[in-house]
Each structure stands twice: as structure tokens, then as C-alpha cells.
Design a binder for this molecule. Sequence first.
Ligand code: GTP
Ligand code: MG
Length: 233
Amino acid sequence: MNVLVIGPAGSGKSTFVKSFLDYLSDYDAKAVNLDPASDPIYEAQADVRNFVKTEEVMKEYGLGINGALIKSMELALEHVEDLLLKGDYVLYDTPGQMELFLYLKAGMEVARRIAEHDTTVALFVVDSEIAMSPENYVSILAQNAVIALRTGIPTVTVFNKCDVVDFNLTLSEVRAKLREGGVLAELMEKLVDFVEETTVRYRTIKISALKGEGFDDVLSIINEVFCSCGDLS
Ligand SMILES: Nc1nc2c(ncn2[C@@H]2O[C@H](COP(=O)(O)OP(=O)(O)OP(=O)(O)O)[C@@H](O)[C@H]2O)c(=O)[nH]1
Ligand SMILES: [Mg+2]
């Protein structure tokens, strides 16, 4: 199985890959670094930086950081065959610039090749602190749907850094908040309906990548996504 770890900058993707790899020590688990701008903090069995380093692309092509990241993904695509591994669990760590995988042709093609290579689930790792209000919680779940749609990969949101904040929001609390009204209430209500009526509604997974907490839940949801008879709610 492939596990594509995606999420905003600094949400803890690389820390998660490092700790989850340790947690999976009884399995044939591997990590692949797909971030051309950062050396991995874990032992990577394949590393895009063996082929492309963003800081070198900046110099060679005279580009700024964003242009160089885009160019790096285009160059990485030429080596994608060397970045696809097989194993019980192959964890793919991605850069914080999520748009590279969602809106850039080369990045989308890398995601497509990963999904074609083996059964794949995406984990959308977010910092719980940015999900603490009902508005932000719902918008994160909506973003989860966008990731699934654009990559074609089933995607589960993972709320990280739960050692820092206690994340306990539920959709019923969000509905209760909606009754208070306000300009965003209608939009939010429709989003909650959407989230409740689609497969975006996986149960809430709360973890601390730093402390290695909540990983039993992560493993079971990954396995459930592959089981067509699994209860995902
Ligand atoms: N308290 C706490 N800190 C965390 C946790 N996970 C990651 N961090 C910290 O958050 C910071 C960013 O972690 P990274 O793993 O580098 O995040 P990332 O998503 O890979 O970042 P980019 O690759 O730059 O997008 C680091 O200082 C981590 O130590 C967590 O569960 N709890
Ligand atoms: Mg990282």
C-alpha cells in the first residue's frame, strides 16, 4: 500500500513519516522523500533529492523559490520510476506547497503514477490549531474533498499536534453553532450537508506525530479505506 502524506507547510508531515515508520517496524514499511527542497529527517529508501535539489535548480535556472519548486517537480517527473517502491506500507512525504500536487501538471502526474503503482490512500495532515473553530474545521474537511477529487486518491484528514491543543470539534457542534446565524451560516450549513453526505466523513483521527500518539487509529483507517465493506463513519 502507498500512503501519500500531504498537507500545508509545517503541519508535521515529515515528523509523521519519521514516527509512523518507527511505529510500523514490524511491517515491511518504507519512506520516500518527494520534497525536493528538504533533506529527509528519516531514513528514506528513495529520495527525490538524489535527482533534484531545489536550491541547485534556483541557481542553475535563475529562479526564485516558487519557480524553482515548480521546475523541480518537472525534473522529478523524469525520475518517477526510481521513486516508486513496493512494500506493506510505503509512505510518501511531500512538500508543504500542496498546490504542486494539486494544480501543477507535473505534480499531478507524480501523484497519478503513485496511485497507478499500488493501492494508495492520502493522509491530509493538518495542524489541529488551525481547525479549532467550526468554520475552519468545515473548510478543512471541504479541502480534503478537493484533494481527493484532484488526485483521485481517497483522502483522510489527520489532525496533528494534539499534544498542543485538544481538538474535539464534531459536526453536531458545528450545526449548533450555525443556529447562531451570521453571514456564513448558509454556506457553512451546505458544506456540513456535503461533508455528511459524502465519503469525506471519515471519523476524526487525532494524533501527535511528535509523541507517536494516535497511530493505531491511523493504521486502522488506512486499512479500512482498502476494505470496501469497511465502516468509514
Ligand atoms: N508539538 C508538536 N509539534 C509537532 C508535531 N508534529 C510536528 N511538529 C513540529 O512542527 C514543525 C514542523 O514539522 P515538520 O514535520 O517539519 O512539518 P512538515 O509538514 O513536514 O513541514 P514542511 O515539509 O516544511 O511543509 C517541527 O518543529 C516539528 O517538530 C506534533 O505532533 N506536536
Ligand atoms: Mg516536511
